[in-house]
Design a protein around this ligand. Sequence first.
Ligand code: G3I
Length: 397
Amino acid sequence: MKPRRWISAGVVAVATAAALNALPATASRPYDPTTQTLAALGQRHGLKIGTAVNATALNDAGDPQYRRLAASEFSSVTAENAMKWESLEPTRGTYDWTAADQLVEFAARNRQAVRGHVLVWHSQLPAWLTSGVADGSISKQELRELLRKHITTVVKRYQGRIWQWDVVNEAVSDPWDTPSTLHYKGFWAQNLGPDYIADAFRWARAADPRALLFYNDYNIEAFGSGNPADDKTQFVYDMAKGLRAQGVPIDGVGSQGHLGTQYGNFDTLQVTAALKRFAGLGLATAFTEVDVRSEMTEAVRAGNSAEINPRLQASAANFSVLMKACLAVRTCLSYTVWGFSDKYSWVPDWFNDPPEGLATIYDENYQPKRAYQELKSDLIFAGPPYVLPRVAPRPHR
Ligand code: G3I
């Protein structure tokens, strides 16, 4: 490199380092990336680091640490439950925006992006809707109209304030479902047929032309056999390709990233390859709900470190695989953890036979775990030429 270029590269490097520090580095206080937050370290790559936010914890006057970490460590937030249909419209025709508004305002105060979660899902629907369909008092035609109205109402309310919407969530079955051949599953496919997916994206786009519109699902971190009958990633890929071919305004695919240390997991290159294939369709990607749970054997619960340490290590390795893959693919826009502390994780409530836990990056007392440190290291040690700043797609029309 010519001396002049060296000088300009140096100027850029110094400017970048200074921008990352709240206070500029000085000779007596050099820049130390290890003291930076995840949000600040992600910023260097244009990568948002997000968390799901628990509305109860956000309101707990006795737990200021929750709000402090949610505000400082993350550059994006997702409502864990507050934007789901049952939360927003518990009684037909009466929306309760309290908790959802509160999160959007929290994000604005802390200059954070918001991932909207979720417009269409078969779970956490209001009872009036599911029972109305079950007893025939809501017809199929009326159901489709209710869905259109719901999407339009919610997206318009937050127009301009949501960065990415999870428009459709978990529409595809799993190999353990019946029939085992992968198919469109759940309430919406059963009642409206799979065309509801294209409709939902079109309605969401009409309500907010600028938000990025995502399909979101679990167990799609890497490709398997390549046969859409049993490879969920392939099924979702084919679905997304089909939607794009029909001109449906889908902008991205969110891979949730709910992993467990007791399973055979993936290596970084497998996950990178999957993200690249989605990029080949002209789609953004994101990790949207990352956590890595472990079986809580009796020894773990008794505090036996010989049992706990390998779990923490394996959990950290899995968090890191997804982060490194995301960093490697410029269209992977954000990396969101599904809650940041074991104090509020959904895992122990859901997996209790056998009990599972230890799924997040901070323990119940907000002590950062190895997973937190590994994520930081990944962000610190990544850079050109292999890791370049993100490229966000323009919303498809
Ligand atoms: O609504 C009741 C509330 O009235 C009551 O006070 C409370 C007492 O426990 O229960 C409340 O409902 C719970 C709700 O979370 C709100 O806390 C439900 O029982 C519980 O099942 C529900 O769990 C949520 C789960 O989605 C439901 O499927 C989890 O918190 C949430 O983390 C989880 O998130 C999903 C994503 O949306 C989609 N991907 C998978 C992910 C994990 O399952």
